[in-house]
Design a protein around this ligand. Structure first.
Ligand SMILES: *Cc1c(COP(=O)(O)O)cnc(C)c1O
Length: 393
C-alpha cells in the first residue's frame, strides 16, 4: 500500500548535518520502569504520531523485540505501516473509525475501536463478509466527549455485542481528560463512571474484557485506573505529561536533536538579523547560522526565546526563526563551521554539561511537550543508537 504523504525526500543521515538521535535502550528502560510501577497490569506502549516523533517503524520493531503484548496507535495507516514493516504484535487502533475502513483493519489484522452500535454493526458486517472474527475494544466516554458511547448509554452497545457472531470484544476502555492535573477529582469521577459500565459483565455473569483507561498521567498518579492494561505514551519517551503530575516513575528522555554550524560572521551594531529585523545588537557580536527551522518543527513561536548549546554553554537564538535556518548570538566566544549545536539534549563542555529539554522548547513555544515531539518533521533524519537488549530483571 502506498501512503501518499510518505516523505519523498531522502532522510539519509549523511546528507544532512541535522539529526534526531534516538537511544532505543532508553525507551526500553522507561518501559521497564513503567512495568515495575504498574505491577500486574499489561503495558501497551502508544506509538501514534510517528511514535511521538521517535520513528514509528523502528520503535515498533524495537517494542516487538522487547516482547510487548500490544501496541497502540491512533490511525489505521499507522497500524498498516507497522504491519508492512513486519511487526506482528497485536495492534489496537485507538482513534475513531469509518465503517468503510473496517475491511482494511481486518485485512491487516488490526484491532478496532468500536464506539457506537452503528460502528459495531458495520464491523460485524465487514467481518462476516470477510469470513473472519474482528477483534474490537469498546470505547466508553466517561467525560472526555471525544469518541465513545456515553457511560450512561453504554449498556445498549454492550448488549448489542452479545448478538454479533463475527466480533470478539477483547477489551473495553475509556480515556481521561485530566489525569495529569494536580486536582484529580474529575479523573476519579471518570474511573467511577467506567466501573459502573463494567458491572454489566458481572451482572450477566460474563467474562470481563481487558479493562483499560490509564494514559501517562494516570500511570503516574491514579493506581485505581490501572486495571488490566495501561496506555502510556509520552512517559515511554521519557517526558512527563505535565509539570503538575507527580513524578512517581523515573524516566529519561531518549532523543537528542543536534545540528552543525554552517555559517559564521561578525555582525555590526545596528545591523538587524533575520526576517522582520526584530533583533539587533548595540555592539559588535559574532553570530552563527544553524540549518534548522520551523519547516523541521523548530517552532517560529520560539523566536526571541529559544536557546541552544555549544560545547556545554547556552546561547540565545536571535531574530526570527526561518523555515530552514536560524541564527545564534555567541557574543565574543569562538565557534567554528561544523561545530555541533544541541537543540534538545545534553552538551558537554570541558568542565560543564548543560542540557535542554523538550519541556524547555514547549515553554518557549507556548505549547506542551507533546506538540514539540510530534512536530519534529520527517525531513529530520532519525539516527538510532545500537539496539541493546535489556538486562534481565
Ligand atoms: C494518546 C493516547 C494515550 C497516551 O497518552 P499520553 O498522555 O501520551 O500517555 C492513551 N490513550 C489514548 C486513547 C490516547 O489517545
Amino acid at each position: 500500500m502506498q501512503i501518499s504523504n510518505h516523505p519523498t525526500i531522502s532522510t539519509n543521515a549523511d546528507l544532512r548535518p541535522t539529526h534526531l538521535q534516538i537511544d532505543l535502550a532508553r525507551l526500553g528502560s522507561n518501559l521497564q520502569a513503567i512495568q515495575a510501577h504498574v505491577g500486574g497490569a499489561q503495558v501497551m506502549p502508544i506509538l501514534k504520531a510517528n511514535a511521538y516523533g521517535h520513528g514509528l517503524v523502528r520503535v515498533g520493531q524495537y517494542m516487538q523485540s522487547l516482547g510487548v503484548g500490544r501496541i497502540g496507535v491512533a490511525y489505521l495507516e499507522e497500524g498498516i505501516l507497522l504491519r508492512e514493516a513486519g511487526v506482528t504484535t497485536p495492534i489496537l487502533v485507538l482513534g475513531g473509525i469509518l465503517g468503510s475502513q473496517a475491511p482494511l483493519f481486518l485485512q491487516h489484522g488490526l484491532t478496532l475501536t468500536v464506539s457506537s452500535t452503528q460502528k459495531l454493526e458495520q464491523v460485524e458486517a465487514a467481518a462476516a463478509a470477510a469470513g473472519v472474527v474482528a477483534k474490537v475494544h469498546l470505547k466508553i466516554d466517561t467525560g472526555m466527549e471525544r469518541i465513545g458511547v456515553h457511560y450512561y448509554n453504554a449498556e445498549g452497545l454492550l448488549e448489542a455485542t452479545l448478538r454479533c457472531k463475527h466480533v470478539e470484544v477483547e477489551g473495553i476502555f475509556s480515556h481521561f481528560a485530566n489525569a495529569d492535573a494536580a486536582d484529580l477529582t474529575s479523573a476519579r469521577l471518570q474511573v467511577e463512571r467506567f466501573q459502573e459500565v463494567l458491572r454489566f459483565y458481572e451482572q450477566h455473569s460474563l467474562p470481563t474484557p481487558l479493562r483499560h483507561m490509564a494514559n501517562s498521567g494516570a500511570v503516574l498518579q491514579l493506581p485505581e485506573s490501572w486495571m488490566d492494561l495501561v496506555r502510556p505514551g509520552i512517559l515511554l519517551y521519557g517526558v512527563y505529561p505535565s509539570a503538575q503530575a507527580q513524578r512517581s516513575v523515573a524516566v529519561q528522555p531518549a532523543l537528542t536533536w543536534s545540528s552543525r554550524i554552517v555559517y559564521f560572521k561578525v555582525v555590526r551594531p545596528g545591523h538587524p538579523v533575520s526576517y522582520g529585523s526584530t533583533w539587533q545588537s548595540d555592539h559588535e557580536v559574532r553570530v552563527v547560522t544553524v540549518p534548522v527551522g520551523y519547516g523541521d518543527g523548530y517552532f517560529r513561536a520560539m523566536s526571541g526565546k529559544a536557546q541552544v548549546l555549544i560545547k556545554g554553554k547556552r546561547y540565545p537564538v536571535v531574530g526570527t526563526i526561518c523555515m530552514d535556518q536560524f541564527m545564534v548570538n555567541i557574543e565574543q566566544d569562538s565557534a567554528f563551521n561544523e561545530d555541533e549545536i544541541i537543540l534538545v539534549g545534553e552538551s558537554q563542555g570541558e568542565h560543564i554539561t548543560e542540557s535542554i529539554s523538550v519541556e524547555d522548547l514547549a515553554a518557549w513555544a507556548g505549547t506542551i511537550p507533546y506538540e514539540i515531539l510530534t512536530n519534529i518533521n520527517t525531513r529530520v533524519p532519525r539516527v538510532y543508537l545500537q539496539d541493546q537488549p535489556l538486562a534481565d530483571g
